[in-house]
Design a protein around this ligand. Structure first.
Ligand code: NDP
Length: 242
């Protein structure tokens, strides 16, 4: 029986792509899910779909860069389910702008969405998880936290920062039985940055592939931490020359 049965999973960026696929995959394991993103209608449609599949889900329209909105997300989750066992910090935006063309507003938007959001959600989740005596926080990083694309200073910095935040939280939270980990996807066929539709099938993963890994990382006994995972297309030039 899955440890996720009956557990409550908060998923940010659940209105599309990897987050949406995670919602379906966690519900398939018997978890209840709390869906956060800005596009409320998409979340409600997903709640209906999960309900039809026998799952329990709550949609909370949330801008994860907003401190009050994040506080509301966790208040709503607790009011409905009374616990938060897993947090998936998945919300993110892409950016491909060279440094000299990046206005400060854009820099801040990327850092706020991809990094500060994870801090805000973790900060809200940790006291809840401490009281419960267990918890798991999984951040969705990127292959860009290992090998950046050209012309992506803000995105790259946000994902390297998220990597650092993951390790810092993993250390600070372990005494309270909260496992903090990071999953770095390669190229996933989602709406991110306008979509990857032009790439051949064997150069992309599907959102379900990423969700399978995330669920696998979360589907462990509470005293174990699958700390880090990186999934790359076998044919992309990541591992080295030749
Ligand atoms: P999508 O664009 O499909 O999903 C991004 C999600 O983030 C959406 O649900 C969006 O919802 C949400 N989001 C964006 N900004 C905010 C915000 N301010 N507040 C709340 N939610 C927000 O892309 P992916 O599924 O691909 O992206 C998920 C994660 O995976 C991201 O962190 C991304 O960096 C990472 N990743 C993706 C890769 C890929 O190739 N696709 C590769 C490596 C990493 P809404 O607009 O409704 O708010």
């Amino acid at each position: 029986m899955s440890i996720l049965l009956g557990r409550v999973v908060v998923i940010t960026g659940a209105s599309s792509g990897i987050g949406e696929a995670c919602a379906l995959a966690f519900v398939a394991k018997g978890a209840k899910v709390v869906l956060a993103a800005r596009r409320a209608q998409r979340l409600e449609t997903l709640v209906d779909r999960l309900g039809a599949a026998g799952g329990e889900a709550l949609a909370v329209a949330t801008d994860v860069t907003n401190e009050d909105a994040v506080a509301n997300l966790f208040e709503q989750a607790m009011a409905r389910f009374g616990q938060v066992d897993v947090l998936i910090n998945n919300a993110g935006i892409a950016d491909s702008t060279p440094a000299e063309d990046t206005p400060l507003d854009l820099w801040r938007k990327v850092i706020d969405t991809n990094l500060t959001s994870a801090f805000l959600c973790a900060r809200a989740a940790i006291p809840i998880m401490k009281r419960q005596g267990h918890g798991r926080i999984l951040n969705v990083g990127s292959i860009s936290a290992k090998v950046p694309r050209a012309n992506s200073p803000a995105y790259t910095a946000s994902k390297w920062g998220l990597d650092g935040l993951t390790r810092a939280l993993a250390i600070d939270c372990r005494a309270d039985n909260i496992a903090v980990s990071v999953f770095h996807p390669g190229i996933v066929a989602t709406e991110l940055g306008g979509g990857m539709s032009s790439l051949p099938d064997d150069l992309v993963a599907q959102p379900e592939d990423a969700a399978d890994v995330i669920v696998h990382m979360a589907n462990l006994p509470d005293h174990l931490n699958f700390y880090e995972a990186l999934v790359v297309q076998n044919k992309i030039p990541f591992l080295g020359r030749g």
